[in-house]
Ligand binder design. Structure first.
Ligand code: OFO
Length: 164
């Protein structure tokens, strides 16, 4: 049986993952409205991954006999000032999620919950990759934003991204 505090944190993480999916869908819509279909596709792929993450947490809890409670998802909509701001926000959001996963890991270590630590290892690695992707997007944008043609090519490249 899972420790009460660890289960509570895992249950809360479902909501954070669903919010991530919601946030990235909103960002995808923002780029789509401005004609940047590659950036939009990239965030749509990311949103689907976040949904999968939510289900991973939910199934882990259910496989361990926990009665999952779903909470309301916060409104993610924001008026972005420019094309760059969502990239800055998504990197900050990934860092927030990393801190949240680390906090669950720490709680699992404290109560010697080796099963949850093993389960969370996948997310620890995934967050490293997602922070890198977010940083790369921002770097690419900063590199190409002064040249419309180069930026459109970068946009096209992002649109070809496969889900990992
Ligand atoms: Fe759920 O993967 Fe990052 O946030």
């Amino acid at each position: 049986m899972l420790n009460q505090n660890v289960s509570k944190l895992l249950n809360e993480q479902i909501n954070k993952e669903l919010f991530s999916a919601y946030l990235y869908t909103d960002i995808a819509n923002h780029y789509l409205n401005l004609g940047y279909t590659g950036f939009s596709d990239w965030f749509n792929v990311q949103a689907k991954e976040e949904l999968e993450h939510a289900f991973k947490f939910m199934h882990y809890l259910q496989d361990n006999g926990f009665d999952v409670k779903l909470a309301a998802i916060a409104d993610p909509t924001k008026k972005y000032a420019d094309l760059r701001e969502p990239l800055v926000d998504s990197l900050a959001h990934e860092e927030f999620i990393t801190a949240s996963i680390d906090a669950i890991f720490t709680a699992a270590v404290l109560v010697k919950d080796y099963r949850t630590q093993e389960f969370l290892n996948w997310f620890v690695k995934e967050q490293g990759e997602e922070e890198k992707n977010s940083r790369d997007n921002l770097l690419g944008f900063d590199l190409f934003s002064g040249d419309k043609r180069a930026l459109m090519m970068f946009d096209k490249k992002l649109g070809k991204r496969e889900a990992d």
